[in-house]
Design a protein around this ligand. Sequence first.
Ligand code: ZN
Length: 151
Amino acid sequence: MIYQGTARYPITEIILHCADTRPDWMTGYAIAEKVAEIRRWHVEQRGWRDIGYHWIVDRDGVVAPGRRETEIGAHVEGHNRGTLGICLLGGFGASADDPFAKNFTLAQANATNRLIAEIKRTTAIRLVSGHNDYATKACPGFRVKLSVFAQ
Ligand SMILES: [Zn+2]
């Protein structure tokens, strides 16, 4: 099991997000630079102590860590305790009911599936959901419950 914060909330859920970036955003930069940029948005613009997401999945399927899994994230109001936030780069202008392939790549689908499987090996995940399950937002730009990620 993996527990979060000093209260040791067990991780039981994965919540998917998108970065709301265009497909060509920061093309040519390493994933670490993209994570650093999102961290700047969250720390400098929103005043958070770190990037809100635990994992970031690039357009080419490269996965990079954000906030440590043992720390409570900042990605869904009211649902940050005991959840992990995974952010897929892309999704600019997406709608909640878009098909996954309209805004994201096959490499991202495969990488996200692998990441979820890895997380499930060390945690008791009961649910994989999307930001739009908890807020009237488009994010992540598809319905997670209807996707392969919810299997
Ligand atoms: Zn979101």
